[in-house]
Design a protein around this ligand. Structure first.
Ligand code: SF4
Length: 214
């Protein structure tokens, strides 16, 4: 059984897949507590679903792209089986993970979008650094949510130390919602000369930051 907060169809709001039709499976629970977390409603509650229930709901959307997210989806062991089953069904599967749980056992056909937590999140010391060594340049993306200059400097150091421009399909720089001026972040990215991509959370601009299930 899996504990699930919501299953819905929308457009992908982030990553290089932004704008694509996408089905989302948002699992309940997260062991982290990022201070700017926008998914606190996933920390508790949720409903218990069998793998079959989840897969049937996803099938009904008739959508080739599926994202398994949370919360922290990989905190539930059965999520690894769900991801494998979705790949078996022929879906293109994205896994959005907060970077605390090892991705070592994750189904290789899935595409990983790996967060690296920056200092302002309050959880930077819990990054599981070996996950960065497993990134695959043809499919995996890495994301830094940046709230201030210190976060940006941290991101630049990690990008250089782990050669992320070469190791990842994309290095995503995302503003912490409401905490950093977008033009300030855009200036930092533009002046960096790095092979990174600033991204906005498209769904928040379309539906607003408080709306769930979109
Ligand atoms: S890892 Fe994600 S879901 Fe968990 S607290 Fe941080 S932002 Fe929220």
């Amino acid at each position: 059984m899996l504990r699930v907060t919501e299953i819905f169809r929308s457009i992908q709001g982030e990553s290089t897949h932004a704008g694509r039709p996408c089905a989302f499976v948002r699992l309940t629970g997260c062991p982290m507590r990022c201070v700017w977390c926008d998914s606190e409603y996933t920390f508790t509650g949720g409903d218990h679903f069998t793998l079959e229930d989840v897969i049937n709901q996803v099938r009904a959307f008739d959508c080739k792209l599926v994202e398994v997210t949370g919360g922290e989806p990989l905190a539930q062991r059965e999520a690894f089986t769900l991801i494998e089953r979705l790949c078996d069904e022929g879906f293109e599967v994205l896994v959005e993970t907060g970077g605390f749980v090892s991705t070592g056992d994750l189904e290789k056909r899935a595409r990983i979008i790996l967060d690296v937590k920056c200092p302002a999140s309050g959880e930077a010391e819990r990054n599981h650094w070996p996950n960065l060594d497993r990134l695959r340049a043809d499919r995996d993306e890495v994301k830094f949510v940046v709230a201030n200059q210190e976060d940006w400097d941290f991101a630049c150091r990690v990008i250089a130390a782990h050669q992320l421009e070469q190791k990842a399909r994309a290095v995503l720089i995302s503003p912490a919602w409401g905490l950093i001026d977008l033009k300030e972040l855009a200036d930092l990215v533009a002046a960096s000369g790095l092979k990174v991509r600033m991204q906005l959370q498209l769904h928040k601009y379309i539906w607003g930051p408080e709306v769930h299930g979109v």
